[in-house]
Design a protein around this ligand. Structure first.
Ligand code: DGI
Ligand code: FE
Ligand code: FE
Length: 192
């Protein structure tokens, strides 16, 4: 698949804003992949496709996941915003027939992350925080971290997400906690 083919696939599935976000994440994932030595083509494709299911109504997302035979945990059932990553990965693999496990996995874990992420997964995870369309408070700091090292950006990003979720009274997915803990411990070791 090329970037242009990816754009044509997501265009009818997404709002204009979400489409632009996806184009920006693809560009940022390509940039970070080149900088850190991940596969640039795979990063770009994972970036353009990562939110392909984001604008599907929640009830339809749930139904679609059932049809794919996906079983959700209690935390996943309670977190609608997690669904588009789980469903997106299945859609890419089973409907688009893009059977590249590295790309599928990068999309699958782009929202929660997980421990033991590949370089490609990290690139896509971070690019979603630092793409050109992002303008949350602290985005400049986040972009600086992304340019100095991916794990620093991941630490900042997961801490930010966990804080927002606890403030909003949402459950934290165990994969998010695992990524946060793994990254904290790695950073502590580096400082010794
Ligand atoms: O799809 P995007 O908006 O571009 O970004 P994303 O896929 O990272 O989604 C971010 C949303 O997902 C944000 O509202 C918080 C939510 N989220 C991220 N990690 C967790 C989570 N929600 C729950 N319940 N638990 C998590 O661990
Ligand atoms: Fe997303
Ligand atoms: Fe996104």
């Amino acid at each position: 698949m090329t970037l242009e083919e990816g754009k044509k696939i997501i265009k009818p599935l997404l709002s204009e804003k979400r489409y632009r976000h996806s184009v920006n994440v693809a560009a940022e994932a390509l940039r970070l992949a080149k900088k850190y030595g991940a596969d640039p083509k795979k990063a770009e494709i994972a970036g353009i496709l990562h939110d392909c299911m984001k604008d599907m109504p929640a009830d339809k997302q749930l139904k679609s996941m059932e049809q794919f035979g996906i079983i959700l945990t209690d935390v996943e059932k309670a977190g609608k915003k997690l669904w588009h990553a789980i469903l997106g990965a299945a859609y890419i693999e089973k409907v688009l027939k893009l059977e590249d496990p590295e790309i599928v996995t990068a999309v699958r874990y782009h929202t929660t992350g997980r421990s033991g992420m590949s370089l490609l997964e990290k690139v896509v995870f971070v690019a979603d925080f630092t793409s050109a369309d992002r303008d949350y408070p602290g985005v400049d700091r986040m972009r600086k971290k992304a340019d100095s090292d991916l794990d620093s950006a991941i630490l900042e990003g997961t801490a930010f997400t966990i804080q927002e979720l606890t403030e909003g009274g949402w459950a934290i997915h165990p994969d998010t906690v695992a990524l946060y803990n793994e990254t904290v411990l790695k950073k502590q070791k580096e400082k010794l």
